[in-house]
Design a protein around this ligand. Structure first.
Ligand code: MN
Length: 256
């Protein structure tokens, strides 16, 4: 709650609860002063994550239902909607248009629209959103069901087109960028095309692999140099930029 809080890194999309020792990792983030949005993949996992993070200044739990799980866990959407009433942070939510999740795509759209409407009703909600092979539908639903003054949307590991990214940024969306994106030409071109004041950092750990091992939120500390090089800005200015963007998001969620 102090305005004087120092952040050394920002991991705005991380699956703390899928790491081997979540309480130990939370303590490490606290020690390293890394601000973390700890997403969940099912609403049933949220209360445990809240318990783990309740005394943490740096790690904050988000309630979610991963689009890849909507097919088998559609019934949990009611619980998700109820929990959004009590959580300023929401994620992982969104749509996945990959062939293996195509059968549940209609249900995914239904759940994501309900999430956006709940967030819009309560206001001051920050969402971290999955949009693989579904960028256009994700942006359409954001536009239809929410407005930027009440819901702040972060598109995580965005892989749509530059035109789609620009359109999303016009609706107020932020983008959390990870090392895997910065190590591909396509990802770098996308990041360069985004408004700088919408850039954030993430690891999506433990899903993202870095140098042959599973990433951790601690890797967010090393992201600034690669990001600075990508956007052709010096490292100190990049750090200050991400700090300002991240504080805006945390403040929107009432966390600063
Ligand atoms: Mn994820």
């Amino acid at each position: 709650m102090s305005v004087a809080i120092t952040f050394r890194g920002y991991d705005f999309h991380c699956h703390i609860d899928l790491h081997p020792n979540p309480p130990g990792l939370i303590a490490r983030c606290e020690k390293e002063q890394i601000a973390v949005i700890a997403v969940t993949t099912t609403p049933l996992a949220f209360s445990q994550n809240l318990t783990w993070t309740k005394d943490s200044v740096y790690v904050h739990a988000a309630v979610g239902l991963h689009p890849e799980l909507v097919g088998e866990r559609y019934a949990e959407a009611d619980m998700l909607e109820r929990l959004i009433a009590g959580s300023r942070l929401v994620g992982e939510v969104g749509l996945d248009g990959s062939p293996q999740h195509r059968a549940s795509y209609g249900k995914q759209k239904d759940v994501f629209a309900r999430v956006l409407r709940a967030a819009q009703t309560h206001g001051g909600r920050v969402l971290t959103i999955h949009s693989r092979r579904a960028a256009r539908d994700v942006i359409d639903l954001i536009e239809q069901h929410s407005d930027r003054n009440r819901v702040l949307c972060m598109l995580h590991w965005f892989s749509g087109s530059i035109a789609e990214a620009r359109r999303a940024s016009e609706f107020g969306c932020y983008f959390s960028v990870n090392a895997a994106m910065l190590r591909q030409d396509r990802g770098r071109a996308l990041v360069r095309g985004l408004p700088r004041d919408r850039l954030l950092t993430e690891t999506d750990s433990p899903f993202m692999t870095l140098n042959g091992r599973k990433a951790s939120p601690v890797d967010s500390l090393n992201l600034m140099g690669e990001l600075a090089e990508t956007i052709a800005l010096d490292e100190i200015s990049t750090r200050n930029l991400i700090d300002a963007n991240a504080r805006h998001v945390l403040n929107f969620a009432g966390l600063l």
